[in-house]
Design a protein around this ligand. Structure first.
Ligand code: SAH
Length: 378
């Protein structure tokens, strides 16, 4: 099936769609279907981490097994993207029996990296180009923005379209992966917080280096900007050590974009003369924490906390203990720019409790400062 099959308009909003397959080839279709408001069930014996993460956040249903007739019958539409021809045929045949439409988008192959250069070159069984010599590959660190496929830069989107291999994260704009050239390899290296599946940084570095060495155009697609809590520098360093050329395409960081999408300006002439972006990954008081919360409380800047869902109570306490007015406005914004975006409003002293009570899970950003109370008035 040609990639242009996705260009027909299917009214999937609010309808049950079964996605059979959970590897790299499923990420783009799943994200695009989410964006369109489908009710998604993914069936895959060994699902990628990004899909496990979406299931944990309640954004789709995931079963770690192959699809059977009952699954197909309960779907309005079936999408076969296992990356295995035999399995995709089996699902297609089941859909036929059940009178369901089954799509097999060809844009992502999950396990078959193409060679760089011509689209027609043969690919060897070890995943190396079997054709003639290839030029040196390249790694492009692409900032994907906060997750909405419309919020990547023009250069970033062009790099994704041109890639032979896309190494991606759960917070990247995954819907873009629904529109790749046929045969592009998608590798999910998501680190899921809270003890979920994870790919070690050494393994990620090795993937980048190995694919570039094989002459491939590798896009490392990240959420936000690669250099804002994105380990872009570490990956650049790992490539440099191996003599691999690296290019950087900056992205719109969630630290600014997510508050903006929720109507919160990180600066306002009447409120502050700056904003401070911090990681809440380790709480104040933890020996690994190198932030001076007393200084932050006095800074007069809006505080933008990333990765702070689990540590928000300790952060709020540290700020108020250090003299911040407990009634300072605060807001938590989850899933910014995605169909599930929501905000919780409170104050420096209440925001942690309200965020927890609302059942907010990562990814979320909390802004603490007068700007968090901004409401444009008529
Ligand atoms: N490099 C990224 C940040 C990576 S750290 C950037 O520049 O945006 C991951 C954290 O970013 C998440 O835990 C969350 O705090 C924040 N984040 C990223 N995308 C988000 C989104 N769409 N909505 C809310 N928070 C988001």
């Amino acid at each position: 099936m040609s990639p242009s099959s996705w260009r027909v308009d299917l009214p999937v909003a609010g309808r049950p769609v079964l996605v059979a397959g959970g590897g790299g080839g499923a990420l783009g279709p799943v994200a695009a279907l989410r964006q369109a408001g489908a009710i998604i069930t993914v069936l895959a014996p060994t699902p990628d981490a990004a899909l496990v993460d979406l299931a944990d956040r309640g954004l789709l249903t995931l079963h770690a097994r192959a699809g059977v007739e009952k699954d197909v019958r309960s779907a309005w539409l079936v999408v076969a993207v296992s990356g295995d021809d035999g399995e995709d045929h089996r699902i297609e045949a089941l859909a036929d029996v059940c009178g369901r439409i089954c799509l097999r988008p060809g844009g992502t192959a999950g396990d078959r990296p193409p060679s760089s250069g011509t689209d027609s070159a043969e690919v060897g069984s070890a995943g190396r180009p079997a054709g003639g010599p290839t030029g040196p590959g390249e790694v492009v660190l692409v900032g994907g923005g906060p997750g909405d496929p419309g919020l990547i830069t023009v250069a970033g989107a062009a790099a994704v379209r041109w890639a032979d291999v896309v190494v991606t994260d759960r917070l990247a704009p995954l819907a873009l992966l629904d529109d790749l050239r046929p045969g592009v390899l998608v590798v999910d290296v998501s680190k899921v917080p809270g003890g979920g599946p994870t790919t070690g940084q050494d393994e990620i570095n090795r993937l980048l280096v190995d694919h570039a060495r094989a002459g491939r155009r590798v896009v490392r697609l990240k959420g936000g900007d690669p250099f804002v809590f994105g380990r872009g520098a570490e990956e650049w360093q790992a490539c440099a050590e191996q003599g691999i050329a690296v290019r950087v395409i900056p992205g719109v960081t969630s630290a600014v974009a997510v508050p903006a999408l929720a109507g919160i300006p990180v600066t306002h002439r009447d409120a502050n003369q700056g904003f401070t972006v911090v990681s809440g990954h380790v709480p104040p008081g933890d020996p690994r924490c190198r932030l001076d919360y007393a200084a932050l409380a006095r800074s007069g800047t809006a505080l933008v906390v990333l990765m702070g869902v689990g540590t928000l109570a300790a952060i709020g306490r540290a700020l108020v203990d250090a003299g911040m007015d407990p009634s300072t406005p605060a807001v938590t914004v989850a899933d910014g720019g995605l169909p599930a975006q929501r905000s919780v409003h409170g104050t420096a002293s209440t925001i942690a409790g309200l965020t927890a009570a609302a059942g907010i899970r990562p990814p979320a950003i909390t802004v603490i400062g007068a700007v968090a109370g901004f409401r444009p008035t008529a």
